[in-house]
Design a protein around this ligand. Structure first.
Ligand code: PHE
Length: 450
């Protein structure tokens, strides 16, 4: 009965849970995606909209996911199903999202792992060539696939064991290392001549560039970065013990996630402007800016670059295992599959999707779905559509189908702790967030068609 023993295990400690939830939240979304989205969407205006969404939507949705998971004691699909079979589809959308996100996430995780090795083999030797070599690398047909596979194997090994020991420990050590390094890079970046322009770009809003799409991008990023809208935090909440304060934990995890994203921005934008690079460079931004900053630092830069990409790879890994776990938990819980078998089948399917999305950046760039290659298709489909719909459905489920008093009991641990903002949270979830998501989605779609 390994299955039930592993599934319904509680987190060992409060810190263990927080590290796991923060490990899921803090990932490529913060360090790879957030800075380039900021760069593509006009800087400070995007940041402001993003923060508003995080505070008014993200935290509330995270509290709701924790509550649904802990109350039902089930992962995504089971949590919905335990209330009503009609809601099974909402959990299923989450599982589908896990597959699609895992259709491109390990490709980028592979790039990060590759850059650990490339730092050794002379990545930093010629700063002028860093941008070109990144382009050549990701459009290739062999190297990125090999690194994606290596990254995927790490996921398989960890998830097959159940998420015990190793990854949590690695996270506990390497997440603070990543944080420390970002502080260091931020310091270096801020002391470069011309750094102020980068800070201005990040913190001085210019609303003239804001369109419906900016709002949609910010909303999608809020869900993506906080691991919301696809059942991940429901699953993690289901392993949480009854004494934990759900609201406090949600605020803490959100705070760490935002902190790392801001730090990544402060580490990168001053350097981008100081080196005259392009802030709207897209997905290659971190892979070009960070090595360029380090290459200007001489020998010590090589070591720092090495540690940075190790830490980034680990941050990606603690997120991707949570994604894989959502799909795996579904096959174990609802299809009665044995864990190992579930992991192998799920990861095989994800690998096929990753091969398609990696090749779509190079030799298969001619193959498009709705006008974009596979990589962009999986990315846009999840982040701009599925996660927001998942979040909307969750709020409707919690606000309109669960009993308000039971929710109050869950959030106050049976009345033993205070949650003074319960009414505010409840009204946000029941009315404000569903309406807000709908408006942002419509505005976003309308502005795409223009
Ligand atoms: N939050 C992760 C990141 O920022 C990605 C993720 C999304 C993980 C959804 C789990 C669920 O990289």
């Amino acid at each position: 009965m390994e299955k039930t023993a592993v599934k319904r295990e509680n987190w060992g400690s409060r810190i263990g849970f927080i590290m796991a939830a923060a490990g899921s939240a803090v990932g490529l979304g913060n360090i790879w995606r957030f800075p380039y989205l900021l760069g593509e969407n006009g800087g400070a205006a995007f940041l402001l909209i993003y923060l508003v969404f995080v505070v008014f939507i993200g935290i509330s949705v995270m509290i709701a996911e924790f509550a649904v998971g802990r109350k039902s004691n089930r992962a995504a699909v089971g949590a919905y199903k335990s209330k009503s079979r009609n809601w099974t589809f909402a959990g299923a959308i989450g599982v589908l999202s896990a597959f699609f996100i895992m259709g491109f996430y390990p490709v980028v995780g592979g790039w990060s792992a590759a850059y650990v090795a490339k730092t050794f083999t002379g990545l930093l030797a010629d700063p002028a060539a860093i941008g070109d070599s990144f382009g050549a690398f990701i459009t290739g047909s062999t190297q990125p696939l090999v690194w994606m596979l290596i990254f995927m194997v790490f996921n398989v090994v960890i998830v097959a064991k159940g998420i015990a020991g190793g990854i949590e420990k690695a996270g506990k050590i390497l997440m603070p290392v990543l944080f420390g390094l970002l502080v260091l890079i931020a310091f270096r970046s801020l002391t470069l001549p011309g750094a102020a322009a980068g800070l201005g770009y990040m913190f001085r809003p210019d609303f003239s560039a804001v369109t419906g799409q900016t709002y949609l991008a910010a909303l999608g990023q809020a869900f993506f970065s906080l691991s919301l809208g696809m059942g991940c935090m429901i699953t993690y909440g289901s392993y949480l013990n009854k004494k934990e304060n759900l609201a406090n934990n949600a605020v803490l995890v959100t705070g760490m996630d935002v902190g790392v994203a801001l730090l990544a921005g402060i580490a990168m934008f001053p350097a981008i402007f100081a080196f005259g690079m392009e802030p709207a460079a897209g997905p290659g931004l971190v892979f070009v800016v960070i090595p360029t900053v380090f290459s200007a630092m001489g020998g010590i830069g090589t070591i720092l670059s090495l540690i940075f990409f190790v830490a980034l790879t680990v941050a990606a890994l603690t997120s991707s295992v949570s994604l894989m776990e959502v799909a795996v938990a579904y096959f174990i819980d609802e299809r009665g599959m044995e864990r190992k078998k579930a992991v192998y089948s799920v990861s095989a399917a994800m690998t096929v999707l990753c091969v398609l999305s990696s090749l779509s950046l190079g030799s298969m760039s001619g193959v498009t779905l709705f006008g974009v290659g596979f990589f962009d298709f999986f990315d846009i489909l999840t982040d701009k559509i599925f996660l927001a719909i998942g979040g909307l459905l969750l709020c409707v489920f919690v606000g309109w189908f669960l009993d308000k008093e039971e929710l109050r009991q869950e959030l106050t641990n049976g009345g033993t702790i205070q949650f003074g903002l319960f009414e505010a949270w409840y009204n946000l979830v029941k009315f404000v967030i569903p309406v807000a998501i709908t408006i942002v989605a419509i505005a976003g779609i309308a502005s795409i068609e223009q």
